[in-house]
Design a protein around this ligand. Structure first.
Ligand code: GLN
Length: 206
């Protein structure tokens, strides 16, 4: 019997609702996470896009930073999209003064990496782990991964234009990041991949 994992979406700021829908479509029970005890109750967590400086401040104001760091260190599967990718980075370039991350992933992430003038753009990415059709990647004031440690598996790079070659999707164990926003396209393959990571980690633990 395959049971549905409970996957939280951090709901302090950002595009929460689209992730809840994408997770439900991927076979998970999706719940919002705003309180420390809700952090304890999930099998996996999505850190949505939004404004990473605001999310960072709210995590500290709501006493969520400590519990989240602890669970990440203990192996909680986490998927970070855009601002969420920034939050999972061990190192940050072009952060705001005093900006902190949760960390967990051995990556250097550059905020607003595509330049101020590049507000948003879309590109088709070929991601082997997602098979078949290319993924329509929507970038909105997006970061990129500028350096990745040895344990990090690169899943996608920009394929065209001046940023070609930049890393925009990566995985390190139970941690998954994308610079782009798969929750807005109706293609739920990234969320399905993450739900599989969560199911796998549950099986490992039991
Ligand atoms: N530029 C935003 C930040 O630094 C991220 C944008 C996004 O999540 N769409 O937090």
């Amino acid at each position: 019997m395959s049971t549905s994992p409970t996957i939280g979406v951090l709901a302090v700021q950002g595009d929460v609702r689209e992730h809840l829908v994408a997770l439900e479509r991927s076979g998970a029970d999706a719940v919002t996470v705003r309180r420390p005890r809700e952090v304890e109750a999930v099998d996996g967590l999505v850190l949505p896009g939004g404004e990473s400086t605001t999310i960072d401040k709210l995590l500290r104001a709501f006493d969520l930073q400590g519990p989240l760091r602890e669970r990440i260190a203990a192996g909680l599967p986490v998927y970070g999209s855009c601002a969420g990718m920034i939050l999972l980075a061990d190192r940050l370039a072009d952060g705001a003064a005093g900006q902190q991350t949760l960390g967990g992933m051995d990556i250097l992430v550059r905020r607003n990496a595509f330049g101020r003038q590049v507000d948003s753009f879309e590109e088709d990415l070929h991601i082997r782990e997602l098979g078949g059709e290319p993924v329509r990647a929507v970038f909105i004031r997006a970061p990129w991964v500028e350096e990745a440690g040895e344990a990090v598996e690169v899943l996608a790079r920009v394929e065209h234009g001046p940023a070609a070659g930049r890393i925009v999707a990566a995985r390190q164990g139970n941690l998954l990041v994308t610079s782009f926003h798969p929750e807005v396209t109706g293609d739920h393959r990234v969320h399905r991949l993450f739900a599989d990571i969560v199911r796998h980690s549950l099986r490992e633990r039991s």
